[in-house]
Design a protein around this ligand. Structure first.
Ligand code: AMP
Length: 192
């Protein structure tokens, strides 16, 4: 099963992807997690991406497409994968189509979690509080200033990705404002 979860920052993509991973035994491919790991490890990609990520902007299509192209060829992706945070631009979506076509693969489900923008900042602030309570380190971009830029990037560059899949007739939507379990149930219904 190959699945894409779309939605703005704080929509719950990561939470739902983690649940789907548990349930279906396929990996969650979060470009955000992979980039944060690269930053932590100080790799050339990490060094290049850090400033733009901290500010809330988007890393170049070339970098993230390269990361995903490599990752989906790994053996654990044979049975499928859940893309979380990718594609974030129409160019990335088109590049993914090309990569999958070369591998004679397709996408099974593309689901957008719909949320009220007014609820997102509170969710991000809550995530930061929970991280601190659990003894973790808050993401450098989970602050109001970076969040505003992330939301702008979403509106301008990522919302068109939903339109791209909608125009192909492959986009499904789920109410991301519903309780977490309800969202999971709605996703299960779509995925089957
Ligand atoms: P996330 O964990 O998905 O919220 O991503 C954190 C940050 O990583 C984003 O704000 C971007 O700076 C960067 N990032 C993650 N995925 C992508 C992507 N597909 N395209 C561009 N930048 C990305």
């Amino acid at each position: 099963m190959r699945l894409i979860l779309l939605g703005p920052p704080g929509a719950g993509k990561g939470t739902q992807a983690a649940r789907l991973t548990q349930k279906h035994g396929i990996p969650q491919l979060s470009t955000g997690d992979m980039l944060r790991a690269a930053v932590k490890a100080g790799t050339p990609i990490g060094l290049q991406a850090k400033a733009v990520m901290d500010a809330g902007g988007l890393v170049s299509d070339e970098i993230v497409v390269g990361i995903i192209a490599d990752r989906i060829q790994e053996p654990d992706c044979k049975a499928g994968f859940i893309l979380d945070g990718f594609p974030r631009t129409v160019a990335q979506a088109q590049a993914l189509d090309t990569i999958l076509a070369k591998m004679t693969m397709g996408l099974d489900s593309i689901v957008e979690l719909k949320v009220d923008e007014s609820a997102l900042l509170a969710r991000i602030e809550n995530r930061a509080k929970e991280t601190i309570a659990a003894g973790g380190t808050v993401r450098a971009d989970d602050n109001p200033e970076s969040f505003k830029i992330r939301l702008d990037a979403y509106r301008q560059q990522t919302a068109p990705v939903s339109a791209y899949y909608a125009s192909k007739g492959t986009l499904r939507t789920v109410d991301g404002m519903a309780p977490i379990d309800e969202v999971s149930k709605a996703l299960d219904k779509i995925i089957g």
